[in-house]
Design a protein around this ligand. Structure first.
Ligand code: GDP
Ligand code: MG
Length: 370
């Protein structure tokens, strides 16, 4: 349609209708909420309010750059589950990740291991599990906010002597919102004051009914300290993963998300990324947010050099032109020049967005004073 009602335009721009009317007045157009204005006027108002105007070029570049996103059923192969550990502070998230990795990270987080990247893989009964080792669940939520839904399973750690606490509830809500399966690890079972039944009773109040009581939530009593139940936890993760039938096509250009990134003095931008589909190769051109580059060095969680990495594999890469943000989607692409063009566009878009936010704030201030 080549016209739009003022009210509708405000809704689409997610701004107050008064702002639209004010802008229109500035353009010499007197219009009420129900009146329709033509497309050109609407675009002018949209631009003035800093809204992202669709450029046809965008679509073209992305279409030319990225592989069509649908994989055929017959191309899909089993992939490892991606697991995140969540829970209240001090309930033992780090200790459990540590017990699983069987290295002592808690006792001196920095010193313990050589190559600490934000994720690692373990093998159990011939199956691989990928753990995201992100600090807290902030990373998890920020990634989701950017549309990178990385996780399949959340291990909710609840200390058996403490029970459900505020951050436990937050974690449950995040996991629910993300649609991931929750497995509860009732930790600190070695403590004399451990009361797993109480924890299970509390869980039922959050719609997490233990299997033992006819629900579908797996609860595994563990102790990160003694190692009790850790193998059981891993087995249950594999079980859940099998039920979920997690699959990806390894035979396409890689796509995934940035888990964390930093600037290294010697190596330049270093990013830990999780390949979600396809296979990433050394030498591949990748774009992550506004960062572009050719994968120079690719290492696994133990610091070993890799030539390629398939679905659900976390790797550390160097070769990007700048440091991407955690949660940025990355794509392996064919055309470096086009990738740079897209990166430039994204940078412009980001600036426009920032400016729009700034404008909106000032406009709101203005209106609140009237
Ligand atoms: P996080 O904040 O959830 O990462 O918790 P941490 O892993 O840092 O653990 C918090 C504290 O609880 C540390 O002092 C751990 O040594 C202790 N802790 C963790 N797991 C266990 C456990 O299974 N048993 C006992 N007794 N202490 C534990
Ligand atoms: Mg911790």
């Amino acid at each position: 349609p080549d016209e739009i009602a003022v009210g509708e335009l405000a809704t689409r721009l997610k701004v107050n209708v008064a702002q639209v009317i004010k802008k229109l007045m500035g353009l010499g157009v007197m219009a009420s909420i129900s009146e329709v204005i033509d497309f050109d006027t609407a675009s002018l108002v949209a631009e003035e309010l800093g809204a992202k105007v669709e450029h046809e070029v965008h679509v073209t570049i992305e279409e030319r750059l990225f592989e069509v996103d649908e994989d055929r059923e017959e191309d899909l192969q089993e992939r490892p589950p991606v697991v995140v550990v969540m829970g209240h502070v001090d309930h033992g998230k780090t200790s459990i990740l540590d017990a699983i990795r069987k290295t002592r990270v808690t006792a001196g987080e920095a010193g313990g291991i050589t190559q600490h990247i934000g994720a690692y893989q373990v093998e159990k009964n011939g199956k691989v599990i990928t753990f995201l080792d992100t600090p807290g669940h902030e990373a998890f939520t920020s990634m989701r906010a950017r549309g990178a839904n990385l996780t399949d399973i959340a291990v909710l750690v609840v200390a058996a002597d403490d029970g459900i606490m505020p951050q436990t509830v937050e974690s449950i809500n995040h996991a629910k919102a993300a649609g991931v399966t929750v497995i509860v690890a009732i930790n600190k079972m070695d403590k004399p004051t451990a009361n797993p039944t109480h924890v299970m009773e509390q869980l039922t109040q959050y719609e997490l009914v233990p299997e033992e009581w006819g629900g579908d939530t797996i609860c595994v009593p563990v102790s990160a300290l003694t190692g009790q139940g850790i193998e059981d936890l891993l087995e249950n993760i594999i079980l859940v993963a099998e039920v979920k039938e997690l699959k990806a096509n390894p035979n396409r250009r890689a796509k995934g998300a940035v888990i964390e990134a930093r600037l290294d003095k010697g190596q330049g931008p270093v990013a830990t990324i999780l390949v979600q589909k396809g296979t990433l190769h050394q030498g591949d051109i990748v774009i992550a947010g506004t960062a572009v580059g050719r994968v120079r060095v690719m290492r696994d969680d133990q610091g070993r050099n890799l030539k390629e990495a398939g679905p659900s594999t976390p790797v550390e890469i160097t070769g990007l032109t700048e440091v991407p943000a955690a949660g940025d989607i990355f794509d392996a692409v064919e055309d470096e020049k086009l990738a740079r063009e897209l990166a430039d566009q994204r940078a412009v878009e980001a600036k426009e967005k920032q400016f729009a936010a700034y404008k909106k704030v000032t406009l709101d201030n203005l209106f609140s004073q009237i």
